[in-house]
Design a protein around this ligand. Structure first.
Ligand SMILES: Nc1ncnc2c1ncn2[C@@H]1O[C@H](COP(=O)(O)OP(=O)(O)OP(=O)(O)O)[C@@H](O)[C@H]1O
Length: 483
């Protein structure tokens, strides 16, 4: 693209020169004939350019970092002299084409937005009104907003949601996403409903999904998440069926029993602490070191940690050549029922029983489950497998050592952490009391089974892959294998 420039007048003595380049937009401000500020804005951060006939002005909205801190909304507007009107219109159109049409993005998406005023530190509604909604409006998105009034509200609405939205936005934590997906699973057209992309705005406590989509730097940045809702491309992800007592639920992130459930569900009364409650819960759990008598059975797929890391490595390589997956590449499925279950409860063939004394079982997908815990560093969004991590009561010292580096996923490499990939797994409690956490939500502590449905869910992603960096094993450290 050759450079296209236009001048707009912000006042009698100041104007902006806007130059559209192949990958950036240059914004040069001039005051009293002196150049003042100059910014280069990447195409990704440009929200909208619009020529307004009634005021003969051109407005431009984009996101920029002020003082290298968090992203902020910038809107500039200036008059256009009569002879330049048609050029200004063509300029605005060329910019919109470059930042939307040419990369397969729809301008002005239509969103269903669920805001949970109760999630995290209860600031969701205020954050949506102050930060998120103004960006959607400046972009020209149309919104249907619902403030949830109770637990299960978003679930019930999603069950009957007209499938006409470009995406569902959740302003909350992972719990509301769990509700949305389970509502979709009960929709009259469940597979089509689950193909509706979901984009989280992180106002919960753990915000695991947002961390996985945006990375550790921006996972808690509501502005970056809002940009993802506007500019992200649909990315297919695996979902899990969790069956318990004849009831089937959908899970997208994790299931936990023992220590890892205690640190989440067992600290619900400490919500005021924000995400710190997880660290507190982990320390408390490690000190108590209480065994969790359950039987774990697995339909194993991979037990070699080196091979798991190598698979992530080769995916990384592919990514570099890959342009984000577009909707056109993945035709929407439709059907009156969810994908059938393949691993029935009575099937015994090919199952392996893990026969050590268990402290905790944590299974799931998506590297981060919280900012300070990369639980599944080698998980892939769509490999059709679930990562299962079991900790045993073999040694408290070992386990404390294993949790050192958990933020960066280093626990994965520790020999006392048993980490496998499975097609399915089962948990049978051998005692009456305990916690079971599914995507951070409490479930009855009863026998359950989990299996994977490849690519049944859809998220919006700016990158087309999880935005987490896998730390490879430090050279010279001990060779580690799975169970
Ligand atoms: N209006 C409401 N009042 C009470 N609970 C609600 C309401 N709306 C949704 N919920 C429930 O609030 C719970 C917490 O929400 P969510 O999980 O999104 O936040 P969080 O637990 O703080 O974050 P995270 O799961 O990321 O740690 C969920 O169980 C959700 O179903």
């Amino acid at each position: 693209m050759s450079q296209m420039s236009i001048e707009i007048h912000a006042g009698p003595t100041s104007h902006f020169t806007l130059s559209l380049n192949a990958t950036t937009l240059s914004v040069q401000k001039t005051f009293k004939s002196q150049p003042t500020s100059h910014h280069e804005i990447g195409h990704r951060y440009i929200l909208r350019a619009q020529f307004k006939d009634e005021t003969r002005s051109l407005s431009l909205a984009y996101l920029a970092r002020k003082n290298k801190a968090s992203l902020g909304l910038v809107v500039i507007e200036g008059g256009v002299e009569e002879p330049a009107v048609s050029r200004a219109k063509a300029w605005a159109e060329a910019l919109m084409k470059a930042v939307y049409d040419d990369i397969g993005l729809k301008r002005s998406r239509r969103f269903m937005v669920f805001v949970n005023p109760y999630g995290g530190t209860k600031k969701g509604a205020a954050i949506f009104a102050r930060k998120v909604e103004p960006i959607f409006k400046a972009t020209g998105c149309s919104l249907e907003v619902l403030y949830t009034s109770r637990q299960g509200h978003a679930h019930d609405v999603c069950q009957k949601l007209p499938l006409e939205f470009d995406a569902v936005i959740t302003v909350s934590g992972d719990g509301l996403i769990h509700e949305v997906l389970n509502g979709f699973a009960k929709h009259a057209d469940p597979l089509k409903a689950l193909a509706t992309p979901v984009a989280p705005i992180p106002t919960g406590s753990g915000n695991g999904l947002s961390l996985n989509l945006l990375g550790i730097e921006e996972g808690f940045d509501v502005m970056a998440a809002t940009l993802n809702a506007i500019k992200g491309q649909p990315m297919k992800v695996d979902l899990f069926s969790m069956t318990q007592g004849g009831k089937r639920s959908v899970s997208f992130m994790s299931q936990a029993v023992g220590l890892m459930a205690d640190l989440d569900i067992g600290t619900d009364n400490l919500r005021w602490m924000g995400e710190t409650r997880f660290t507190y819960g982990l320390l408390r759990g490690l000190l108590r070191f209480k065994p969790c008598p359950v039987q774990l059975s697995l339909k194993l797929a991979e037990t070699d940690k080196e091979k798991m890391a190598a698979a992530v490595h080769s995916r990384e390589k592919q990514k570099r050549e890959m342009v984000a997956v577009s909707t056109a590449d993945s035709p929407d499925k439709t059907g009156v029922s969810l994908s059938p279950l393949e691993h029935v409860h009575t099937d015994e063939e090919g199952w392996t029983i893990f026969d050590e004394s268990i402290l905790s079982v944590y299974a799931g997908k998506g590297p981060y489950v919280a900012r300070d815990f990369m639980a599944f560093p080698v998980s892939l969004p769509d490999d059709g497998l679930i990562d299962v991590m079991a900790m045993t009561t073999s040694s408290r010292g070992d386990l404390i050592a294993a949790m050192d580096g958990a933020t960066k996923g280093r626990s994965f490499w520790h020999p006392s952490v048993h980490y496998v990939k499975a097609h399915a797994y089962r948990i049978k409690p051998l005692k009456a009391k305990g916690y079971l956490s599914v995507d951070g939500e409490p479930y009855p502590f009863e026998e359950f089974q989990v299996e994977v449905h490849q690519g049944m869910g859809t998220l919006l992603s700016l990158y087309g892959h999880y935005a987490a960096k896998l730390e490879f094993r430090a050279p010279g450290s001990r060779h580690t294998q799975g169970t």
